[in-house]
Design a protein around this ligand. Sequence first.
Ligand SMILES: [Zn+2]
Length: 200
Amino acid sequence: MKFLNIILSILLLILTICGDYIVFKSKYSDSQLFRGFADSLVHASIGCVSAITFFSNGLNIPLSSCICNVSICTVLSSFIDVDHFIVARTFNFKEFVSKRGIFHCTSFCLLITGILYIIYYNTRNPNILLLKFMFLIAYSSHHIRDSNRRGLWLYPYGHTPAIDYYLSVIIICILPHIYVYLYSHLKLNMKTYVNNYTVV
Ligand SMILES: [Zn+2]
């Protein structure tokens, strides 16, 4: 399991660095259309591998639930960029990339994470806890990757300065392991519920 974790972390590192190279420095990077789609694809891939890393830590969760949650995390990781369209109200990619909507606001996403945990605390439904972690993995990896260009949006404080590129890459690779630790400390009476998985 430890060997698999090392392989997945290296894969995350390669995905992040190579993905950024392809999106921003390749011969196709002049095309805003290419950058938009490739960037979303890189976000989705990072979310997918981060979620697989999370589940590869012996959390005693059924495989079907793992697959379902990894799929949700993959879609959410790239879906965050939909808010560019909502704010820009255009499919013009130059305007599209210059504006960030509410899904890019880290404070808003933290609030949703807190609400999901309160719901989980009251219902003891493990699927809600997993959904919370999938959402957390999706937006934190997305926001950290974006932050080396524009910083983090911490409403009402505003935007932080841009995070150092290599620091952001290291954070992306470490985050799934931090979430495994958090998950094992935040779950409540999971043994009674873990066999009742039907849907996410
Ligand atoms: Zn983004």
